[in-house]
Write a protein that binds this ligand. Structure first.
Ligand code: NAP
Ligand code: F7E
Length: 340
């Protein structure tokens, strides 16, 4: 039985990856910095909270990391833990760098020293492309990070590559474009929208307040992306891979489609920060824009080229944008109808 250690087990990807690996017969250890029962909702929703073996581990604490690696002796480590919210990284840049950059170095050092034959996955991100130098972006596109989150992830990405080259470790980086699901955190724009749409539908919330409606993202479906992570660690040689859909859509499009799923047609008035979205039927304002939600530097357009993942891993995205919006909105409508 293979042993996998997943950091960030309470997060969206941690939960889906744990489910996938358990289904494949792995013994799954979840590294959790809080080690309590609260906040376990994702593992519970997937019905796997009883099957994941939780180890207390914080990426800020080297002795703690070393202790867990020595105890678990994992065959595979998936490093999904991060301060993953780009907006917050502007408020907490040092903490973000400590977790997302130095945390990865701590983890790699512990593995190198204690169990160097462990296969390692690093959660790199399309945010590293930032002010993108070319469209679409692939594994060779130069980085131009636009946030403390992205600069920290660039450090982690190159550190992973360096451990592969310097110490011959099986260390992979998955450069994943945005991937969403009904288990996405409420701070991210997609789930913020679908949660608000459901609350507006049930009269619990009055309106949705957003930032930049015109930024564009390549949004895929998270359960498919964790399968890509698994595939990266099953190859003969470690490498970097982009996972994406090769389609891009604006926040505005996501808003329109989510409201449509709940039966509202949106009419826009005004531009940029003065934009408002009205319910076409009643004229009521349902969406407002607030400067506060804009970022000091924005990533305007992301679109990924997953050709290498398709050729080498046989990986392809299946769930399309419209379907993702529908799945997420219907789930939040169901949650609100049951008051959960
Ligand atoms: P997520 O839902 O925010 O989960 C991140 C997890 O990291 C949380 O469970 C959090 O624990 C944990 N964490 C934070 N600080 C930690 C620390 N100091 N020590 C240990 N654990 C810590 O993120 P996700 O969407 O699943 O993403 C997984 C990874 O992929 C992240 O590294 C993210 O940066 C990266 N990524 C995500 C996307 C995407 O679109 N989802 C795309 C590219 C890359 P708590 O629950 O205790 O807060
Ligand atoms: O923002 C705009 C915002 O926070 C998407 C993380 O998983 O994916 C995620 O990072 C876009 C941005 O995700 C609001 O300005 C408008 O342009 O959902 P987001 P993100 O920043 O793309 C990458 C790949 C990761 O690696 C990250 O870990 O939406 N936007 N209005 C808003 N965003 C938020 N959050 N809230 C708003 O009200």
């Amino acid at each position: 039985m293979k042993k996998a250690l997943i950091t960030g087990i309470r997060g969206q990807d941690g939960a889906y990856l744990a489910k996938l690996l358990l289904d494949m017969g792995y013994e799954v250890y979840g590294a959790d910095r809080r080690s309590g029962d609260s906040g376990n909702w994702r593992l519970k929703e997937l019905g796997i909270d009883k099957y994941v073996k939780i180890e207390y581990m914080d990426l800020l604490e080297l002795t703690n990391i070393r202790h867990v690696i020595a105890k678990v002796k994992p065959d595979e480590v998936y490093n999904l833990a991060a301060q993953s919210f780009v907006g917050v990284s502007f408020e907490q840049p040092i903490l973000t760098a400590d977790i997302d950059a130095m945390g990865v170095l701590r983890l790699l050092e512990a593995i190198r020293d204690i169990k160097p034959d462990t296969k390692f996955y690093q959660a790199s991100t399309s945010e590293m492309f930032g002010k993108a130098r070319e469209v679409p972006q692939n594994e060779n596109t130069p980085f131009h990070p636009r946030s403390p989150y992205a600069t920290a992830k660039v450090f982690a990405h190159y550190t992973t590559q360096n451990y592969r080259e310097a110490y011959n470790m099986y260390a992979c980086s998955g450069i994943l474009f945005n991937h969403e699901s009904e288990l996405r955190g409420l701070e991210f724009v997609t789930r913020k929208i679908t949660d608000a749409v459901a609350k507006i539908k049930y009269g619990i919330q009055d309106r949705l307040v957003l930032g930049n409606l015109d930024s564009k993202r390549d949004w895929g479906y998270a359960p498919e992306y964790v399968y890509g992570m698994y595939l990266m660690l099953q190859q003969e040689k470690p490498d970097n891979y982009v996972l994406a859909t090769n389609e891009t859509h604006s926040v505005r499009e996501f808003v329109e489609k989510a409201f449509l799923v709940a039966g509202f047609e949106i009419e826009w008035i005004g531009e940029n920060e003065n934009a408002k979205g009205l319910d076409k039927k009643t004229g009521k304002v349902l969406i407002e824009v607030l400067k506060e939600f804009y970022r000091p530097a924005e990533v305007d357009l992301l679109i990924g080229d997953y050709t290498k993942a398709k050729q080498k891993l046989g990986w392809e995205p299946k769930t399309k944008f419209d379907e993702i919006v529908e799945i997420m909105t219907l789930k939040d409508l169901e949650r609100q109808s049951k008051n959960i």
